[in-house]
Design a protein around this ligand. Sequence first.
Ligand SMILES: N[C@@H](CCC(=O)N[C@@H](CS)C(=O)NCC(=O)O)C(=O)O
Length: 325
Amino acid sequence: MLPLAHPVRHPNLRRPPPSQRALAPAPARAHLPSRARARTLTRARPPSAGAAETESASSSGGSGSVLSFLCPLLNFLGGGDPSQERNDVVEATTSSISTLARLPWGSKVATSSAENIDSATSTPTLQLYEFEACPFCRRVREAMTELDLNAEVYPCPKGSLRHRDVVKKIGGKEQFPLLVDASTGVTMYESGDIVKYLFKQYGQGRSPSSGLLESTIFTGWVPTLLRAGRGMTLWNKAGIVPAEKLELFSYENNSHARIVREALCELELPYVLQNVGEGSSKMDLLLSKSGSKQVPYLIDPNTGFQSSDHKKILAYLFQQYSVSS
Ligand SMILES: N[C@@H](CCC(=O)N[C@@H](CS)C(=O)NCC(=O)O)C(=O)O
């Protein structure tokens, strides 16, 4: 096992009994107007199918079958249990090469976006249903870094206990990414459409950086393959639903932040993503919270855990949110 931070089972954490775990949907915050309601995580009702406007170009999710084919192979190569002690050299090398492969994208702010925080609830107006290993989801997260946007992220790993059901109820099918913009009422599949939408809505006339859209089908797969499918499948001991979302300061192409996001995905833990790419307007916020500009920086309001050390974060997450510990 990784060296562990001292885990504390906190009263804010709930572990639904096995019979209820699959029935405990996460909230789609677009339908939960107040922060108080967002806290009623396991009681919130998912939106009904077709309730939201759906803007989707097409979508068979054909490349999903590619991932389905690769999934067992990547799981095999990835060595299975993500909570086990890892080889630091392999971790650093594979994530750093992944970063190199996506170097021009998802690191810097291209344009400071219009504010996308709901002032009444202090929560982001964007909700992203995704999984870390999905190259199309990566494309959207890269755009969010470039636009300096925050989002509530609902990881939807294969084997998901909660969030995939919400996606099916919102849009009618399991396809990722899915974006909900509570400020406009727009709900969208199709990563290319989502990126264009985000730039149009929040990019103040800017276009996505050169090659961002086109490059996904080439080097967008590199992190998925090199990371051997980390951030793709639910960990078999996942299942604890935190009362409050975790908060992650990160930017898409940071090699250590990637490893933390993979873990959040494998544990299906929803979190508020504070994108802090180079030039971000939220750097001062990060500085005030952590005392440094280093990312990733994870805050767990359920327990008070805070750290910018990705290894400590991993150890904490797998211990704190494991059903058997
Ligand atoms: N054209 C879509 C493709 C999306 C897609 O194929 N996503 C895959 C994951 S990479 C998916 O949803 N697979 C179904 C699944 O994971 O169950 C887009 O650009 O968003």
